[in-house]
Write a new protein. Structure first.
Length: 149
């Protein structure tokens, strides 16, 4: 029997300048996918006028999204990382190189690097139900390695 439970997932985020010693993430959200990785497109195709298929590949970043409980320590740290890498008039960006190591309950370890934080909410939002909305932080990486599968 296969146990596919995600309970016990952990992440360790390291950012070259903002968090060189890293920080743990485990306060994952209850109302959004705690860890998501959108589909990766490895190749594309088209058809020529006479039905000949052509194919091409190009490199692209591997995206990962972490959704955490709003105002938790994990949310606070991810917000600091996002803000440190934001560019604005009169503000310098940390330009962090980010790495994340995921440890799954099964023992599988996934290492992602080098990467950057690309998207996150600038401030906590409030849902009409009266609760703070889950905050999702998007990252993109060049490489992913898996061990212990």
């Amino acid at each position: 029997m296969l146990n596919i439970s995600g309970f016990g997932l952990k992440a360790q985020v390291v950012a070259s300048k903002t968090f060189p010693n890293g920080f743990a993430v485990s306060a994952f959200a209850d109302d959004a996918d705690p860890l998501d990785s959108p589909d990766f497109t490895a190749a594309d195709t088209a058809m020529g006028l006479n039905g000949d298929m052509v194919v091409w590949s190009r490199p692209q970043g591997i995206e990962v999204v972490l959704s955490v409980i709003p105002t938790s320590d994990d949310d606070t740290n991810l917000d600091v990382l996002l803000n440190a890498n934001r560019i604005a008039k009169g503000k310098n960006s940390a330009r962090d190189e980010v790495g994340i190591i995921f440890t799954y309950p099964s023992g599988m370890v996934v290492t992602m690097n080098p990467g950057v934080i690309v998207v996150g909410a600038a401030l906590p939002s409030v849902a009409s139900a009266g609760r703070l909305k889950t905050r999702a932080y998007h990252f993109r990486f060049e490489q992913v390695t898996k061990s212990g599968q």
